[in-house]
Design a protein around this ligand. Structure first.
Ligand code: ADP
Ligand code: MG
Length: 700
């Protein structure tokens, strides 16, 4: 079983070697992810039909998909609401009516009294007893018996222009190729591991899944928990896990500059802060400080709920790098957020004489050139910006630390690419990633397996929890009265507009209309507007005015979802909250409740609400705890959705399912290291088999 790793032959055999697959078909199959013969074998059925036995008509029930066989007693054309041909079939145990809405004269003749038919279809309760609508049928000639199928019939996931029968035929051919040359799909799981987890051999599993015997446990096959399916899911998850460990090892192999620092700047910042760090902030800052002082690169993810104070922790890390004569790149996913960080950092670092540069895609020409020069010379110690920071021409004098905020928008491979960019003189910078999205365990074990984890699980003291209510938009007047009152009392408010359409232009239009309407209805208030289509300078001016209290009501699209910090804002109206996911609602609501005053969030929904929408709004009313909300989110949406589209694509698993196979994931964790140390060749072969092409795509 254990042989030297060669490449899997079927992985290199294009699907076009199979008879009947020309370039046109190949292109269509490509849409299903099928390019090689191995892909055909790993394209698993969604479900099965049982055509292995003939069911007596007396035993069929509504909803069954069955094969029946009998003799036509009589047939008739009915002219009811729709003309239909009714064929009365009986087998001695009972009767079934076949109903056809479309039929030719030849068909009608073929289905006349005395004909023996075998049919497959779904049975339903018809007006005259059990019936099948448009069943597949075959005439049985004379007394020559027709064989039943030897296996359950697989139903494959398909796409337009690819017929079930085509896929079934391809699988037949691929299985035949495999039977003729079993070595073409080698077994890479050592026997000891298969035995330990009771996994059948690979070839048996593949054969079984495509062609299950008549007595197969259909319930388990349907759930995807049959040992044959588990075997493949296990192998796939193991391949991912091994690959993640390799990435992790590779990332840590290149040395990083040790950034011990003397602590002077950090001490001065802590002295100047108007608050004391929370215990959790302190602990996480220590974890980071230890990592930074080491020769191997830090790869750490800091999770902390909205408002838990991640920025100051990042600032401390930045100062440690500066103390050690290195530079820091601080990246945020949007310009608005980057600007926010810029302000916080300048507020803290300017007094310490540490220069913070601002780099966006909008800076052009000589201004940009001058900026790049200060980074290259090392004069600017900290650079804040969006992904523009990682463009080719941005060069640092001595980049020691990369900080990325809200990284749930970046995937494992993108992170790798960033690390590579930072590489200079044979060393890589340390990396600190911050997210407010709590990450469920299964995802932490896969999408984030390349990172160490720190959690800020405590909010700064003195915060009063946000009270959340849900009100239908038919009571808009009441809501506006509330805004008027809050602002009259010296508070500020957000009014968030949401839209179903993905189009940013439409979102912005809606926000503009709402702002105009509110300005008219609330003439005593200063109403501001911020959305993604404003110029950076305009946005900045509006935000500055809001922060300074000159604007009392800020109408915004969901661009304010993350990071914006105005402690005096204590009321948030979210229009049509039913259009947003829990995570996004939680992020939005995190913009209020940042000061000592009691804050409120009004979810102004449009009735009627669907069941899940109701549930989501109920969760928002019940709790302010981000981790609790994330758990609910996972329950309601499933793990694939929670990460956002990018990551979902990256983590696209062919066979395994992170929620269904959570237990397998735990098992796979146990064997990944063992595979790498004891069976390295097999480990590499597994990664090639399951991620070969993906890894190439993953290069950014
Ligand atoms: P987030 O984790 O959501 O990024 P921020 O870093 O923006 O949170 O911090 C939110 C607010 O809390 C900021 O105004 C920040 O200055 C303040 N803050 C941070 N740490 C503390 C603390 N220990 N005590 C009081 N306020 C704090
Ligand atoms: Mg933040």
């Amino acid at each position: 079983m254990e042989k030297a790793a060669t490449t899997d032959a079927l992985d290199h055999t294009p699907v076009t070697v199979l008879k009947g697959v020309g370039p046109r078909n190949a292109e269509k199959l490509g849409r299903l992810g099928i390019e090689t013969v191995q892909d055909v074998l790993f394209h698993l059925p969604l479900r099965y039909q049982d055509r292995t036995r003939i069911t007596p008509m007396g035993a069929v029930r509504h909803g069954d998909q069955v094969v029946v066989e009998g003799v036509v007693d009589h047939s008739e054309v009915r002219f009811g609401r729709r003309r239909s041909l009714l064929v009365h079939l009986a087998d001695g145990t009972g009767a079934v009516v076949l109903r056809f809405f479309y039929f030719s004269a030849a068909q009608q003749a073929n289905l006349s009294a005395g004909a023996r038919l075998r049919c497959f279809g779904e049975v339903r309760n018809g007006p005259a007893g059990m019936e099948m609508v448009h069943p597949e049928y075959k005439r049985v000639q004379g007394d020559e018996p027709l064989a039943v199928e030897a296996h359950l019939t697989p139903i494959y996931p398909t796409t337009e222009g690819v017929h079930q029968l085509t896929l079934r035929g391809l699988a037949d051919k691929a299985l035949a190729m495999l039977a003729a040359d079993p070595g073409a799909l080698p077994e890479w799981l050592p026997a000891e591991i298969r035995e330990r987890f009771q996994l059948p051999p690979l070839l048996d599993a593949v054969q079984y899944i495509h062609r299950p015997p008549p007595d197969a446990d259909q319930g388990r096959l349907f759930e995807g928990t049959h040992p044959a399916q588990r075997r493949l899911a296990f192998e796939e998850l193991l391949a991912h896990q091994i690959s993640l460990r390799q990435l992790r090892a590779r990332s840590r192999r290149t040395p990083a500059p040790p950034l011990a620092g003397d602590g002077e700047l950090r001490a001065r910042l802590l002295d100047a802060l108007p608050f004391k760090l929370t215990g959790a902030q302190h602990r996480v800052a220590e974890e980071i400080a230890r990592d930074l002082a080491a020769h191997r690169p830090m790869l750490r993810l800091v999770q902390g709920d909205v408002g838990s104070g991640k920025t100051v922790v990042a600032a401390l890390a930045a100062l440690q790098a500066v103390e050690a004569d290195h530079q820091v790149a601080f990246m945020a996913p949007t310009e608005l957020l980057a600007e926010q960080h810029l302000k916080s950092l300048r507020g803290w670092l300017d007094p310490l004489g540490v220069e913070v540069a601002w780099l966006t895609g909008r800076h052009k020409g000589s201004r940009r050139a001058a900026l790049l020069e200060t980074l290259l010379e090392g004069k600017a110690r900290v650079a804040v910006g969006t992904h523009a920071l990682f463009q080719e021409e941005v060069q640092f004098h001595a980049l020691g630390l990369v900080i990325i905020d809200e990284q749930h928008r970046f995937g494992v491979h993108q992170r790798m690419a960033l690390r590579e960019k930072g590489r200079g003189d044979g060393r890589v910078p340390h990396q600190l990633i911050m997210t407010a999205t709590p990450i469920p365990r299964t995802l932490a074990m896969t999408a984030y397996a390349d990172l160490d984890l720190s959690v800020i699980d405590e909010l700064p003291p003195g915060r009063t929890p946000v009270t959340t209510v849900a009100i239908p938009d038919s009571r808009r007047d009441e809501v506006m009265a509330r805004v008027r009152e809050a602002c009259a009392n010296g508070r500020q408010a957000y009014w968030v507009c949401t839209l179903i359409e993905e189009s940013e232009a439409l979102q912005c239009q809606a926000a503009e209309d709402t702002a105009a309407m509110l300005a008219e209805q609330l003439p005593n208030l200063h109403v501001g507007l911020v959305h993604g289509r404003l110029k950076a300078a305009e946005k900045e001016a509006v935000m500055a005015a809001f922060k300074a209290g000159e604007i009392e009501l800020l109408v915004a699209t969901t661009v304010i979802e993350v990071g914006v910090d105005v402690p005096n804002a204590s009321l948030m109206i979210i229009e049509n909250p039913e259009r947003l996911g829990l995570a996004q609602l939680h992020q939005l609501r995190g913009r209020v409740g940042r000061g000592a005053t009691r804050s409120h969030c009004v979810l102004m929904y449009h009735a009627p609400l669907s069941g899940t929408s109701k549930e989501r709004l109920a969760v928002m009313r019940a709790t302010n705890d981000g981790f609790e909300i994330a758990r609910k989110d996972l329950e309601l949406r499933g793990p694939g959705e929670v990460l956002g589209t990018r990551q979902t694509g990256e983590m696209a698993l062919r066979i395994a399912d992170l929620s269904r196979d959570e237990r397998l994931l735990t098992q796979v964790q146990q064997v990944a290291d063992q595979m790498l140390s004891r069976h390295p060749e097999n480990a590499h072969a597994l990664v090639r088999r399951w991620l070969g092409r993906r890894e190439r795509y993953g290069e950014v």
